[in-house]
Write a protein that binds this ligand. Structure first.
Ligand SMILES: [Zn+2]
Ligand SMILES: [Zn+2]
Length: 221
């Protein structure tokens, strides 16, 4: 399994470990404070639970929660498995309905079952969530889905952006709950205003920076 390990330059014990899993190559991430052994899982692609477990073991980390960038099945397929292992699951209110009834919202028929997640803790806009020394601001960025959120560490210039913004692209808006004007507004008003050095960690594909997307992303010019 190929993993990418990003270490914060000024605080190398803070890491974001990412990998692709599932039938549509969805990125799962672990944000970690190696010193305090605390970790948070972000998004739960299909067949990711064992990979998360192996990474946590490798770095001697303990994960207390799963934060979801949004509730499309490719980001939540293993959420119930992680919940059964004791992780608290967090999602924005406006996206919780897909977690309650996942097979009704799979977009197309799937050859496997996704189980409901309950209870779900609500992610509130502008609240600060912690992972060891690290604080992440929850930013509501509707457009790809109603309740899409990004997790932003302005102090360490990191942003986990789900399917809102990609390297040289943006999220789809042709799926139920999508809205193109809203998506562009979210990206311009809440992400492109971040420092250009901010590294973005998207739900699919490679990492990028806000500065690169400001300059080269044709979808938001
Ligand atoms: Zn999505
Ligand atoms: Zn996705």
């Amino acid at each position: 399994m190929q993993q990418s390990v990003f270490s914060v330059p000024e605080a190398p014990h803070l890491k974001i470990i990412g990998f692709e899993a599932g039938p549509v190559a969805t990125n799962g991430y672990i944000i970690a404070d190696i010193k305090s052994h605390e970790a948070i899982i972000i998004d739960a692609p299909y067949n990711s639970a064992d990979i998360f477990e192996a990474i946590l073991q490798h770095y001697s980390l303990y994960a207390s929660a799963l934060w979801l960038t949004h509730s499309h099945w490719d980001h939540t397929a293993d959420a119930s498995i992680l919940q059964n292992k004791g992780l608290e699951v967090f999602c924005h209110h406006d996206d919780i309905y897909r977690l309650i009834d996942p097979m009704e919202h799979t977009l197309w028929p799937l050859p496997f079952t996704i189980y409901p997640v309950s209870p779900v803790e609500k992610l509130i806009e502008n609240e600060i969530l912690h992972c060891g020394e690290w604080g992440f601001n929850v930013i509501h960025t509707p457009g790809h889905t109603e309740g899409s959120v990004c997790f932003i560490s302005e102090k360490y210039n990191c942003a986990i952006v789900g399917d809102t913004l990609f390297a040289d692209s943006i999220g789809r808006t042709d799926l139920p709950g999508g809205n193109t004007n809203q998506l562009i507004h979210s990206i311009k008003s809440k992400l492109l205003v971040l420092s250009p050095e901010t590294v973005i960690f998207p739900g699919h594909g490679e990492i990028s920076t806000i500065g690169h997307e400001q300059r080269y992303n044709q979808c938001i010019q």
